[in-house]
Design a protein around this ligand. Structure first.
Ligand code: RTP
Ligand code: MG
Length: 142
């Protein structure tokens, strides 16, 4: 499988629970390298732009309110099959349906406060990484 990059966000609920380190450990143990990272309290405009594909969905306003409710940690993960690997580590969108041992099963409280985001395709990953990071902020391993 190809070496890929994906955009990950530790959402405000997980930051508030103090589990940034536990989530980073899962990425690292799965062989994903954190090649860029920053903590950000997203503005309304940043959250709306990031989730623009969901603009017409009934949950859009709640999603934007949640994503701007506190600081988040945004990172680029790199590794073999990183996009799918990260989605597997995250588990299903609704933590009630997430497989045991996944990040959402272990740390998420609800479908709204669901601990993490991960790009869902190569095209999303490219857009989402560029949304938050310049090339100069990404530091691949030598
Ligand atoms: P994400 O984009 O945050 O990684 O999550 P996802 O791919 O698993 O889910 P997506 O369909 O992209 O939805 C984005 C976020 O919107 C909230 N959502 N609520 N109430 C609902 O039916 C509903 N559906 C989605 C979730 O917080 C989801 O993470
Ligand atoms: Mg999504």
């Amino acid at each position: 499988m190809a070496n890929e990059r994906t955009l990950s966000i530790i959402k405000p609920d997980a930051v508030a629970k103090n589990v940034i380190g536990e989530i980073y450990t899962r990425f690292e143990k799965a062989g994903l390298n954190i090649v860029a990272a920053k903590m950000m309290h997203l503005t309304q405009e940043q959250a709306e732009g990031f989730y623009a594909e969901h603009k017409e969905r009934p949950f859009f306003n709640d999603l934007v309110a949640f994503m701007t409710s506190g600081p988040a940690v945004v990172q680029v993960l790199e590794g073999e099959g990183a996009i799918l690997k990260n989605r597997d580590l995250m588990g299903a969108t609704n933590p009630k349906e997430a497989e045991a041992g996944t990040i959402r099963a272990d740390f998420a409280a609800s479908i709204d406060a669901n601990a993490v985001h991960g790009s869902d395709s190569a095209a999303s990953a490219e857009r989402e990484i560029a949304y938050f990071f310049n090339d100069s902020e990404i530091c691949p391993r030598g």
